[in-house]
Design a protein around this ligand. Structure first.
Ligand code: AQP
Length: 350
């Protein structure tokens, strides 16, 4: 079975973007794949070191995974810091990757802002740790939102450089397989990683500004629908969402240059498993005063069972902790197998 890996940072309230861009795909992939889903707590200290309730945040992401339908018995759900092999491989990847590669990452530029010299070294090295998260299991498929595409390309570059730099060591240690990367036949230890992005809304945008992504760290809570919002709050946020004064177009082309309208139609399409074309066939020519209430009803219908289950799970922290502990043990055993081989390939004494 293909091996799927993905992670979510415990950095605040999960929102509709995280759900549609990532978690919902995690759920769908369970059927035909071996899946490892991680609460990436080591990543959460890169942009902000001190968190008031990190344990609570970690548990709430795990609760969201399970409430959305991830089965922690058939698959693995754990928190990253419980498996130190992620950090060990990330260090090795810090020595494989080049500083120039990291400097080009748009997420780093966005999050570091103008005062780049003052950003943490961890924020710059974030993509190395992300590559390690995936490759320590030699996972091949990674469901993420569109914003993570560049990091996954970097993961492929890191894997390829490792494979080429250590090719003779990999071969003489008896690991790896022959494969063709581009035109080049190589003997590779780490597989090329495939991003699973796609869908009607690969990137959900802010409800206040259709050109910015919906984000946990946006200071305005009105910019996002949180998974823990109740029906009344969802209704308020969608009713207040920024729009233009025109009616919805009948064709997708008519959404060009109308980012807020495009975003709301995309959210409706994703929540109802339809295409934007199908949504516009139904709502084309209608005003937002008709479309927004329909979107509220749909969002509440999809999200409220998840919210209720998350609340129930959060009331039993011992149960969540036990799931994460068990997942951590299973993940550690797999990650250690890779690290023994990686240490051997590099030539460390062990
Ligand atoms: N707006 C979005 N649209 C689609 N997918 C999104 N994701 C995040 N925002 C959107 C996807 O959610 C997964 C988990 O994200 P994360 O928490 O690990 O990091 P992030 O991308 O940095 O998310 P946020 O919400 O923007 O958090 P902050 O504000 O803390 O940076 C990823 O697969 C991501 O693509």
């Amino acid at each position: 079975k293909p091996l799927v890996f993905s992670g979510v940072q415990p950095t605040g309230n999960l929102h509709l973007g995280n759900y549609l861009g990532a978690i919902r795909k995690f759920v769908a992939l369970q059927e035909n794949n071996d899946c490892i889903y991680c609460v990436v707590d080591l990543h959460s200290i890169t942009a902000q070191l001190v968190h008031e309730d990190l344990k609570g945040q970690i548990r709430s992401i795990a609760a969201a995974f399970i409430a959305s339908g991830i089965d922690p018995n058939k698959h693995i759900v754990f928190n990253q810091s419980a498996v130190p092999q992620h950090a060990e491989l990330a260090w090795i990847f810090n020595c494989v990757a080049r500083i120039g590669w990291m400097n080009r990452m748009t997420q780093f530029k966005d999050k570091a802002g103008k005062d780049r010299e003052n950003a943490s070294l961890g924020l710059l090295a974030y993509p190395s740790l992300m590559a390690a998260d995936i490759l320590v299991y030699r996972a091949t498929h990674v469901p993420v939102g569109d914003d993570q595409k560049q990091h996954l390309e970097l993961t492929r570059d890191i894997a390829q450089k490792f494979n080429i730099d250590f090719m003779e060591h990999i071969r003489s240690a008896g690991y790896g397989v022959d494969m063709v990367v581009g035109e080049e036949p190589i003997h590779a230890y780490f597989p090329p990683v495939e991003p699973l992005i796609g869908g009607a809304t690969p990137r959900v945008m802010s409800l206040r500004d259709g050109t910015k992504k919906m984000s946990k760290s946006d200071p305005s809570d009105l910019s996002r629908v949180n998974l823990m919002d109740d029906a009344e709050t969802i209704s308020k946020k969608i009713r207040k969402a920024k729009t233009d004064p025109d009616a919805l177009p009948s064709e997708v082309d008519g959404l060009k240059g109308r980012p807020e309208a495009d975003n709301l139609v995309g959210i409706y399409a994703a929540l109802s498993d339809k295409t934007k074309e199908q949504v516009l066939a139904e709502f084309g020519g209608q005003q937002f005063s008709v479309f927004k209430p329909a979107l509220v009803d749909l969002a509440v219908e999809v999200l409220s069972p998840i919210t209720a289950e998350m609340r129930r799970l959060m009331g039993d922290t011992a149960h969540i902790d036990a799931i994460l502990r068990d997942g951590g043990e299973r993940a550690r055993a797999r990650a250690e197998k890779t690290m023994r081989e990686v240490r051997e390939i590099i030539g460390f004494l062990q």
